[in-house]
Design a protein around this ligand. Structure first.
Ligand code: UDP
Length: 476
């Protein structure tokens, strides 16, 4: 019987891509494993606007490309569920609920796979926590793949302790610094969005997940040791879990999504070809970053006034995010014409990994999503941190204060970032001594990321240890 590893990503393209990269990475060094990735089917909701995107056609296309380039990865679609999640659930709650409603299907699928293969490990996304008990009950070694960094992992594992020691919701504590082992003090208002309010259902999900993670067979994090040394030391020394014993931590990153793009180069890459080296600031805000019409106009003014070359991904403000944006309407009058020699605006989606690796790109205004952060670090592009959702405010603290690879952007009280603020930070990144220092730091991390992944490097060693462990695991 072959050795099987089953991966269970939560819905959403970002999570799927990370898991696919994990699968490819395992196969690269340990090709004897078979990798199955479980795909959740879209629930039979009537119309639920908060439902995460399960079957976007681009995701189907993406899986087809993976299938053709890496045939040893198999996608297994779980059957659709009949139960409907409450339509009042938020996007993040849905991410938790859908895997929960699939538990029966999952149980059956794991059993079936176990009949034909030695199931060495079941690796689950943070949001698929409901599957932890299913797998534990049938005695399958279960690991969590944490798609953010070790610092955020330290915080999540420390949640049960914080829950005991802090008696108010973080949202009611303003900027009060929260102490977490291995991390700089985190202002309460910068805690991840899902745990700001302790009376929310989500808070409870996160709390339970933290407890389960601490009982799992191991935790995989998409990071590398020298990037987050203090947090990793705190984790390894058991400082972040109530009983002082953390499951083994495997920092196996940075796992960067490979392009998987077919066909001609995107037109923005052709435009970059004609720009001077390291001259362009790239602005892109993850799979879900959206701005109000007012904010888009401020951004345009800030970019124009900075005099810097730019490549900017623009989407419609909510709720029309899927509709192609009308740039003439959204951007200030004459903006496109005035900036046509210096700027390029892409609608909806740009091939970010390729853009960041292009040698004309010299800076990145990012929403601080962890994949984006790693993608920039891996190619040595310094950042301006503009967090929008999830744990991104937390990431800003690490990027600006610990790693010193980004300049922080300040929002006004109403959350708006002024044109002046954006102009100032972009200029600072490209024109000042502080910007030069940030650039040097990130170039240093780029080298360290490469070393970590080479044979004998920390991430390579971690993956090898993990594979050895799986081979030894006796699960019949
Ligand atoms: N991405 C991209 N083009 C875009 C926006 C996003 O290729 O226009 C990719 C980006 O390279 C990254 C992922 O989408 O791999 C976003 O993941 P991240 O963790 O940064 O943010 P999230 O979308 O999860 O908030």
């Amino acid at each position: 019987m072959e050795d099987a590893i089953v991966l269970y990503p939560s819905p959403g393209r970002g999570h799927l891509i990370s898991m696919v990269e994990l699968g490819k990475h395992i196969l690269k060094y340990h090709p004897s494993f078979s990798i199955t990735i479980l795909i959740l089917s879209k629930p039979n909701t009537n119309t639920n606007s908060t439902s995460p995107n399960y079957v976007e056609s681009s995701t189907d296309q993406y899986m087809a490309t993976v299938n053709s380039t890496t045939p040893s990865i198999t996608f297994h679609h779980l059957p659709p569920i009949s139960k409907v999640p409450p339509s009042t659930s938020s996007f993040l709650e849905m991410n938790y609920l859908i895997p929960r409603l699939n538990n029966q299907n999952l149980h059956q699928t794991l059993k079936t796979i176990s009949q034909t293969s030695k199931l060495r490990a079941f690796i689950i996304d943070f949001f698929c926590d409901a599957s932890f008990e299913v797998a534990s009950n049938i005695d399958i070694p279960t690991y969590y793949f944490f798609t953010s960094g070790a610092s955020a992992l330290a915080l999540f594992l420390y949640m049960p302790t914080l829950h005991k020691n802090v008696d108010k919701s973080f949202k009611d504590l303003g900027n009060m610094p929260i102490d977490i082992p291995g991390l700089p003090p985190i202002p309460a208002s910068d805690m991840p969005v899902g745990i700001l309010n302790r009376n929310n259902q989500l808070y409870e999900y996160f709390l339970n997940t933290a407890t389960h993670m601490a009982k799992s067979n191991g935790l995989l994090a998409n990071t590398f040791e020298s990037l987050e040394t203090k947090a990793i030391v705190a984790l390894s020394n058991g400082l972040c879990v109530p009983d002082g014993v953390t499951p083994p931590i495997f920092c196996i990153g940075p796992l960067i999504s490979s392009s998987n793009q077919d066909g001609d180069a995107h037109e923005c890459l052709n435009w970059l070809n004609s720009q001077p080296s390291r001259s362009v600031v790239f602005l892109c805000f993850g799979s879900m970053g959206l701005f109000s019409a007012k904010q888009l106009k401020e951004m345009a003014a800030g970019l124009e006034n900075s005099g810097q070359r730019f490549l900017w991904v623009v989407r419609n403000p909510p709720p029309d995010k899927e509709k192609e944006p009308n740039l003439d309407e959204l951007l200030p009058k004459g903006f496109l014409e005035r900036t046509k020699d210096k700027g390029f605006v892409v609608k909806q989606w740009a091939p970010q990994v390729e853009v960041l690796s292009h040698e004309s790109v010299g800076g990145f205004v990012t929403h601080c999503g962890w994949n984006s952060v790693l993608e920039a670090i891996s190619v040595g592009v310094p950042m301006v941190a503009w967090p929008l959702y999830a744990e991104q405010r937390l990431n800003r603290v690490f990027l600006v204060e610990e790693m010193k690879v980004a300049l922080g952007l300040k929002e006004m009280e109403d959350g708006l970032v002024s044109a002046e603020e954006l102009e100032k930070r972009v200029r600072e990144l490209f024109e000042s001594e502080v910007g030069r220092e940030v650039r040097e730091r990130v170039l240093g991390f780029r080298e360290e990321a490469m070393v970590a992944q080479k044979e004998g490097g920390s991430s390579h060693v971690a993956l090898t240890k993990l594979a050895q462990l799986w081979k030894q695991t006796q699960h019949e």
